[in-house]
Design a protein around this ligand. Structure first.
Ligand code: ZN
Length: 213
C-alpha cells in the first residue's frame, strides 16, 4: 500500500483539475527544506508555516523519526504561544509514505537527517503527487560534515531556508553544532552514546567550532 495514497491523490487531483480546466493535470506540489544548526529555530519556522496552513483551512500532517534520541535539553523551543500540532513518530520513510492521507495538503517532516536513504524518494514522490512537503533537519553533524540525506534533499528542494543560531563563544551568527562531553569538545571519533558522561550541545560559528581529530 506504499503508493496507494499517492495514486489516489494523483487521481483526485487529475479529476479536480480536469473539472476545472477541461484539459490536463496541473501539478501543485513542492518541496521546501528548512535547515541549519541546533538552536537555529527550524522548529519555530515549521510551526509558523503549519499555523499559516491551518489558518487557510488546509489539512496538515506532521511526522518525526521514531528513533529520535535527542535528550530533552536539546529540544529547540517548541513555541512561545503553543504548538499547533503533535508530530507523529514513524520508523522509516516507507512507513511515512503509508501514513500520508490522500486528502492531506501539507506534509511536514521533522529531523529528516535521521531517516533512511528512502526519505529522498519519499519527499520527491509526495511533491510530484501534489503535496506541499516541508522537511526540517540538521545540515551538518557535530563534526561539521553533511548529515544523512540532507545534502541530497537540499539539492532537489524547490525552496531552501537555511537558518543560523548565535555562537555561544562570540555571539556572532553560528552555523555549526558543537558537541561537548564533560564540558570539552568531543573528538570526531567519539561514540554516539557515552555511558556515564555528561553530554551537551551548543551553537558555534565556523571559527569557534572545535572537533579534535
Ligand atoms: Zn564564534
Amino acid at each position: 500500500m506504499k503508493t496507494g495514497a499517492l495514486e489516489s491523490k494523483m487521481r483526485a487531483m487529475t479529476m479536480m483539475d480536469r473539472s476545472r480546466t477541461g484539459t490536463m493535470m496541473v501539478a501543485t506540489g513542492s518541496l521546501t527544506v528548512v535547515t541549519g544548526s541546533m538552536f537555529s529555530g527550524k522548529t519555530e519556522e515549521l510551526i509558523r508555516r503549519v499555523r499559516r496552513a491551518l489558518y487557510a483551512r488546509r489539512r496538515v500532517q506532521v511526522f518525526k523519526h521514531a528513533l529520535e534520541t535527542r535528550p530533552d535539553d536539546l529540544e529547540e523551543i517548541r513555541s512561545h504561544d503553543g504548538n499547533p500540532y503533535e508530530a507523529v513518530p514513524v520508523s522509516s520513510s516507507g512507513e511515512l509514505l503509508e501514513r500520508v492521507r490522500p486528502d492531506t495538503d501539507l506534509v511536514a517532516i521533522e529531523e529528516a537527517q535521521f531517516f533512511d536513504d528512502g526519505i529522498l524518494e519519499a519527499c520527491e514522490s509526495l511533491a510530484d503527487a501534489g503535496y506541499e512537503v516541508i522537511a526540517t533537519g540538521l545540515d551538518m553533524d557535530f563534526r561539521g560534515e553533511p548529515f544523512g540525506r540532507m545534502p541530497a534533499l537540499l539539492s532537489v528542494a524547490d525552496e531552501i531556508v537555511k537558518l543560523r543560531a548565535i555562537c555561544a563563544v562570540c555571539g556572532r551568527e553560528a552555523s555549526r553544532s558543537q558537541r561537548l562531553i564533560d564540558g570539552v569538545p568531543a573528538p570526531a571519533s567519539a561514540p554516539t552514546i557515552l555511558v556515564g558522561a555528561q553530554e551537551s550541545y551548543e551553537a558555534r560559528c565556523r571559527h569557534h567550532h572545535e572537533v579534535p581529530r
